[in-house]
Design a protein around this ligand. Structure first.
Ligand code: FAD
Length: 463
């Protein structure tokens, strides 16, 4: 008999925790997984999945408009928010069931409770007021929206958590934050007919993305009718007698809206987790500090996913989980590979991107070639929509390696997934040139820009 109740105790049933728990239980090990809210975690319950469903919903008005150029007459349309939310909730419940089912079939003990550490091998199951022991503990508790506690009136604001469950669709909303969550929700609400303003303290939305795409997305969103105020922050949110909200901004203007949404970053879920009792170290924003193998300073306690504040994306949390399983349960140390991660922003138009931005490549390499194509996608020709598409390859001139690829336009996320393979594999511009185009597609531009549009030397544009 083992000296511990479990070989592995997983705290948090989200993207990372569920994957690790299921794989290790599937090996015949004794595994428990505790989830305090709903299995599936942020991604399934109140992140990627419901967000993408809302993105689809918000795109219909443009589809209806575009249909006319193709000869269709679309009758009067109307939208019902409660129907969308109910259908979305049904799909989320289905997925939650799949996550639970996978764990059950693998033989994991599923615990519907908050769990906290008592010491390096002991976990308290809060709802059941009992403790269990485990040889290994995996912390995969994710993160939560930053509530901006310093903002007067922050208690009147919603975050992405509540945005998925509003009783009614607001007539007007102001969203704070220029990251991908704020930008995506601005497009969702605008598409659904809400008067939308995005307020961002920085110079330009989407800080870490290629500047070209950021500028073009900004312009396109404004052309659609979304107001974007950069270099601006909230000073105070005041609830009015009529129930609406006054958002007082740093430029001394006031917006009167029905909802104020905060999308100003996420905080790792480490509060009250008992990390001090187990001696686990945390960093500046209370993230759990881990080594290259996701191990904390306490050698039987590991942490993966958003709680470690490395790269906050679902596939990354899942990858870290799989590396953890290899390292600890297959005696095959594998450290997560965080280099060259393809990603998308489900803005409208969409961004798909992988590798270095033009600016980053300019700093890293002596000479950089930029292959850039800006055009009106074919689908917008008959529709009359003026939106343009941008594609860009960033190439290290010395080796001809494609070190970055960036797309703004329809299906950019889908394209970036495949470009991710090419860039990750270190393919050269010559490999792209040798690849036959698929005609007529938008993606064919990626293999038919034969001459550099311009170059960078020492980071500066030369021709
Ligand atoms: C609005 C939004 C949109 C997003 N869109 C995308 C996207 O398009 N693509 C993408 O890749 N990523 C997206 N993300 C990010 C993605 O959701 C996260 O990176 C991912 O869910 C992280 O997985 P995780 O396992 O680290 O944590 P989570 O999935 O957050 O899971 C952690 C779980 O732990 C539980 N928990 C916390 N503390 C305890 C405790 N003490 N005891 C028991 N249970 C506990 C929580 O309830 C939660 O269910 C989005 C996030 C948000 C908020």
């Amino acid at each position: 008999m083992s000296e511990f109740d479990y070989d592995l105790f997983v705290i948090g049933g989200g993207s990372g925790g569920v994957r690790a728990g299921r794989l290790v239980a599937g090996m015949g090990k004794k595994v428990a997984i505790a989830e305090e809210f709903r299995f599936g975690g942020t991604c399934v319950i109140r992140g990627c999945v419901p967000k993408k469903l809302l993105v689809y919903a918000s795109q219909f008005p443009e589809h209806f408009e575009d249909a006319a150029g193709y000869g269709w007459t679309v009758g009067e349309s109307s939208f019902d928010w409660p129907t969308l939310i109910a259908n979305k909730d049904r799909e989320i419940a289905r997925l939650e069931g799949l996550y639970r089912g996978g764990l059950e079939r693998a033989g994991a003990d599923i615990i519907a409770s908050r769990a906290v550490l008592e010491d390096r091998h002991t976990v308290r199951i809060v709802n059941e007021n009992r403790t269990v022991t485990a040889r290994h503990i995996l912390i995969a508790t994710g993160g939560r929206p930053n509530p901006h506690a310093a903002l007067p009136g922050h208690e009147h604001c919603i975050t992405s958590n509540e945005a998925f469950h509003l009783d009614t669709l607001p007539k007007a909303i102001v969203i704070a934050g220029g990251g991908y969550i704020g930008v995506e929700f601005a497009n969702i609400f605008h598409g659904l007919g809400v008067e939308t303003t995005l307020v961002y303290r920085g110079k330009e939305i989407l800080g870490r993305f290629d500047q070209d795409l950021r500028t073009m997305l900004h312009k396109t969103m404004e052309a659609k009718g979304i107001r974007i105020l950069c270099g601006t922050i909230f000073k105070e949110i005041v609830k009015r007698e009529d129930g609406r909200l006054d958002a007082h901004l740093s430029d001394d203007s006031t917006l009167t809206v029905d909802q104020v949404m905060l999308a100003i970053g996420r905080t790792p879920n480490t509060e009250g987790l008992g990390l001090d009792k187990a001696g686990v170290q945390t960093g500046k924003i209370d993230e759990i500090i881990v080594d290259d193998y996701s191990r904390t300073n306490v050698d039987n306690i590991y942490a993966i996913g958003d709680v470690t504040n490395r790269v906050q994306l679902t596939p990354v949390a899942i990858h870290e989980a799989m590396c953890f399983v290899q390292t600890v349960f297959h005696d095959n140390p594998v450290s997560p590979d965080h280099d060259v991660i393809a990603t998308a922003v489900f803005s409208q138009p969409e961004i798909g991107t992988v590798g270095l931005t033009e600016e980053e490549a300019g700093e890293k390499f002596d000479e950089v070639e930029i292959y850039r194509a800006e055009f009106r996608p074919m689908r917008h020709t008959l529709s009359g929509r003026q939106e343009r598409m941008l594609m860009k390859l960033v190439v290290d001139a010395a080796t001809k390696k494609v070190v970055g690829a960036h797309i703004l336009g329809p299906d950019a996320g889908e394209m970036a997934q495949l470009l991710g393979v090419a860039v990750k594999a270190g393919l050269t511009k010559n490999d792209f040139d040798r690849t036959m185009a698929i005609h007529p597609t938008a993606a064919e531009e990626l293999v038919t820009i034969y001459q550099p549009s311009y170059r960078l030397k020492g980071g500066a544009r030369v021709a």
